[in-house]
Structure formats: C-alpha cells, structure tokens
Design a binder for this molecule. Structure first.
Ligand code: MN
Length: 286
C-alpha cells in the first residue's frame, strides 16, 4: 500500500465517534433508551450508528431484571454494526465471570463451604437466567477481552490492579484469562472471582496515583477508563444525579459506572478521537 493511501485510510478509520458505556447490570430498558437518545439504535432497537464504535466496560449481567435480554441485544448490535463498518464491543466484567462460573460449576464447592451457585446468587445472580443461557451466549462471553486500548484510553472493567497477575501486556492478559475460562481449574476460577471483585486501587489516598502511573506504563495509554465501582459510592451524593463520568487522579482515571442498578439514570461517554480533534484545530473539513 502506498504511504499516502495508508495515511488517508487511518484518518478515515478514526473519523467516527466512539461511545463508552459502564455497567449495565441487566437494565435493558435503560440501555435501549440511552442508545436511542444517542441515535445509535432506532425504535425497534436496530443499529443506526453507522461507523460509530460502541464499547461496554463489562458487567452487562446480574442484579437487574433482564441480563439475557441485554446479552442478546449487545450480541445482535455487534453483528448489525459490523455489517455497516461500525463496531460494538464489550470487556469482560467480574459478573460475566461469576455467571460463567455458576453455569460451569454449579454446586461444586468453593473454599469456605460455599458453592459457585450460592456465591453468584449472593452477588446478584438471578437463578432463572441460567436456564436461558445458550452455548452461543457462553462462547461469546468467554471470548470477551479483559483489557482494550481505544485511542488514548486504556479500557478495563475493574478499578483494580489484579490484571497484572495475568500478564504484562494487553495481549498477554487477554490470552491468559481466555485460557483460564476455557478450563475447569477450580482454584484458578476461585482466585479470579476473588481478585476481580477488588476495587478502589487507583483512588486510594496512599499511592493511588502511583498505581495509575505504573498501570499505564505497563499496559500503555494515557488514561484509564473503568466501571465496576458506582461513582456515587466513590464521591458521595445521590445516584440519581450521576449523569457524567467521574474524573480523578489528575484526569488520568475516568469512572463510567453510573450505578444504574442502584437507580442511576446512566449515561454514555463519547471519546473525541485525536485525529478528529487535530482536524478541528487545523480547521479542516471533517
Ligand atoms: Mn464489576
């Protein structure tokens, strides 16, 4: 490919909006209405976002009324967006791992005498969802990446440093966790359940900023964008007034968890791609 056409190709590829969405937790109707307001789906919930990209930060499931409905919608939108050059992607959240574990291990015992099923239900798992899970759902969940790089941002589900236990690059962490989910190694699953549930490392008063710098220097990117910890639980206040991301660690971290399962209205966050920003500042036609 000629250098000139390659650079045009890159600019064209970047000339689309990227939307990010935090923890949905089975709240299908709220998700549909947020996507409609952003003109990403129509009244019948079909993709009209053209070449837009939409990223979910994980925890699509559990706690809410229709986890399987949310999975079905996201999986369908992924196919529809792909057909027109757009993209719909999701990270792996700890609740996806909980649901998978409950489905794979059921009443197999965990340390402390609990089994996977009770542990999952104690964390908001709905028994009726297990019967509705198809092999297609399970395969799709197992293939979700745990970390992704989108423009300047490093996307992860949990505000936790546990990812570094599984590798020192995005590819390595994703491959290690993919392999873990393929195998029924009970101890490895239990360990993952435990560590994936931790939170708050980047906002810790002592050394939080240092964790942010270390994390970004290992995996790359200029800003960590995560969900997992409802914003109002981090900063106080009423969940109903959470309508935008929470920026902290001098802007190096962005929390997108609007606490929808606790009554928050939810929101989509849009990233401005650097190529688009540069064009705007140069006053070139988009
Ligand atoms: Mn979570």
């Amino acid at each position: 490919m000629q250098p000139s056409s390659q650079s045009i190709g890159v600019s064209d590829q970047r000339n689309y909006p990227i939307y990010l969405m935090g923890d949905v937790h089975g709240q299908l109707q709220i998700l549909i209405s947020l996507l409609q307001k952003a003109y990403l789906i129509d009244e019948q919930a079909h993709w009209i976002g053209e070449q837009s990209h939409l990223w979910f930060l994980g925890d699509l499931v559990d706690r809410g009324p229709d986890s399987i409905g949310v999975l079905d919608l996201v999986m369908r939108l992924q196919r529809e967006a792909q057909l027109v050059g757009g993209a719909v992607e999701s990270l792996l959240g700890n609740h996806e791992v909980l649901l998978l574990g409950a489905s794979k291990f059921g009443k197999r015992l965990l340390g402390g005498g609990n089994h996977f099923l009770t542990r999952w239900r104690r964390n908001g798992g709905k028994k009726e969802d297990l019967g509705k899970l198809t092999p297609a759902h399970l395969t799709w969940i197992e293939s979700l990446p745990a970390i992704a790089r989108v423009e300047h941002a490093l996307l992860i589900h949990a505000d936790s440093s546990f990812y570094t236990r599984y590798g020192t690059s995005i590819a390595e962490v994703n491959t290690t966790l993919y392999n873990l989910l393929q195998h029924k190694d009970l101890l490895a699953w239990e360990d993952l359940w435990e560590h994936f549930a931790s939170r708050g490392v980047f906002s810790h008063q002592l050394g939080g900023d240092e964790y942010v710098e270390r994390f970004l220097s290992i995996f790359g990117g200029e800003q960590i964008i995560h969900g997992h910890t409802p914003i109002h639980l981090m900063v106080g206040g009423n969940v109903k007034s959470v309508t935008q991301p929470y920026s902290y660690a001098q802007g190096r971290c962005l929390n997108l968890d609007g606490g929808i399962f606790l009554g928050g209205p939810g929101f989509l966050h849009q990233i401005t791609a650097p190529a688009e920003a540069a064009r705007k500042s140069e006053n070139l036609p988009l």
